[in-house]
Design a protein around this ligand. Sequence first.
Ligand SMILES: [Zn+2]
Length: 184
Amino acid sequence: MKTKRLRSKFMTFCMLLIGLIVIYQYTTNYFVKKNTPMPTELHPFVQEKTNQLVQMMAEKGITMIITDDFRSAEEQNILYEKGRTTEGNIVTHARGGESLHNYGLAVDFALKTTEGNAIWDMEFDGNANGTSDWMEVVETAKSLGFEWGGDWPQFKDYPHLQMDFGLSLAELQRGERPNVAIDH
Ligand SMILES: [Zn+2]
């Protein structure tokens, strides 16, 4: 008799606790989402570091071009369909809201030859210093705090550089945003 009552008390307590957790999760997510709009441009810190990178490479005799930076969720969805329902090769595994480009935290680059052509040749050594220009860009980008898509274990994205500021995709999707100041 006594154990039965104890058990029912315990069950009530558990149900209450679960209820409170559900309400807490629901309301916090709801308010965060409501107050955090999606960005519409590259994050100023990422923009600053990208500019620095382009400048530093120019000093080493490497001309790099930024082929893509901020991408809206709608633009991402169109890109996702490429190679799936529309013509071309698959270029991304991320749908709208799943790429750091959608949060203004990523850029894609290419190299530019002296003839003015954009190239994605990772062996090209235009400044003839014995190291591939592509990897020189990657090394400098990393020193500035970028993460390189070529280091990813699964879908390698060689032209891709990003900064997540320690935020996971789930956190970004929930509405969390990096809180960093630009240093001058
Ligand atoms: Zn990219």
